[in-house]
Design a binder for this molecule. Sequence first.
Ligand code: IMP
Length: 187
Amino acid sequence: MEHSDVADDLVAVLVSEKEIQAKIIELAAAIDADYAGLDVLLVGVLKGAVMVMADLARAMHLPVKLDFMAVSSYGSGSSSSGVVRILKDLDYGIEHRHVVVVEDIVDSGLTLSWLVANLRSRNPASVEVCALMRKPDAVKQDVVVRYLGFDIPRDFVVGYGLDYAEKYRNLPFVATLRPSVYEQAPG
Ligand code: IMP
């Protein structure tokens, strides 16, 4: 069977399952405290943010609502194209609502800055961002990540929602991917 042992494709665990879960509890508590008494809509960015969204929402005590958007920025490659397209929009309007965008990782920041501008144009009460991880280039974009999990190096990582060519999303930790895996890929 092709790739029967996923561990062979990984170099090292960068953020362990335990570290992720502890950080999610902290982020959830911070959001709970800041939005006490308010109606919060968590907007997850598919597919990468599904794990963060599921764990964050369950760690929160506020009665939040959930919605999802799907945008394309990477295709199946490992570097940002800078081109953002909405593949799936929100199910409901966000006018006068408090929105927290839930992201897995901010790399170039292009996707997020585009998304935040797009959401702000819909006249919400507020838009803030919660991201589990951020890479160094993200600072070039003018996006404030109000709730940040970890600053990580530039390496391409997979797991806990993050994929390479749709694989590795179900790993409960975040790991660096062996460059030979993406260097061999066709196209
Ligand atoms: P950005 O526009 O460069 O900030 O890229 C944002 C999106 O690219 C993230 O939401 C991820 O889906 C994807 N991405 C960025 N870095 C990685 C990575 O290291 N592994 C897997 N996906 C990534």
